[in-house]
Design a protein. Structure first.
Length: 124
């Protein structure tokens, strides 16, 4: 008996054709994306304000900042307000550019999907 195999149509095309939008894996995770987007709206934000705005635990925000800092997307600086230690976070120019490119890729993916759906939908 011959075994039937199904080969998807896209199996013969390159993984990323030139017109295929490319998502940035560094900010693809929702928490990283939310942090980068939040920081894109200000020059800098203190840790506590950021944590509260994004509804994250200290641990989750700290891990997310570390990951984005290691990738060069975010910087943090430590200082004091009175005698209390504070940490301020900001999006780097590279992080801002990468976020913008990621958001543009999402827009293009959505537009392409809508166009494909429109093309495949029978006229009434």
């Amino acid at each position: 008996m011959k075994e039937h195999t199904h080969t998807p149509e896209h199996a013969h095309t390159p993984e990323h054709a030139d017109d295929t939008p490319r998502l940035d894996p560094t900010v693809q995770h929702p928490t990283r994306l939310a942090l980068a987007a939040f920081l894109s709206g200000c020059l800098e934000a203190d840790f506590r304000t950021t944590r509260d705005a994004l509804n994250l635990s200290d641990s989750t925000l700290s891990k997310t900042v570390s990951a984005l800092e290691a990738a060069g997307y975010v910087t943090s600086r430590k200082g004091f307000v009175g005698k209390r230690p504070r940490t301020w976070l900001s999006l780097t120019p590279e992080g801002g550019a990468r976020l913008a490119a990621h958001l543009e890729a999402l827009r293009r993916i959505a537009a392409q999907a809508r166009a494909q759906a429109h093309d495949l939908t029978p006229a009434e």
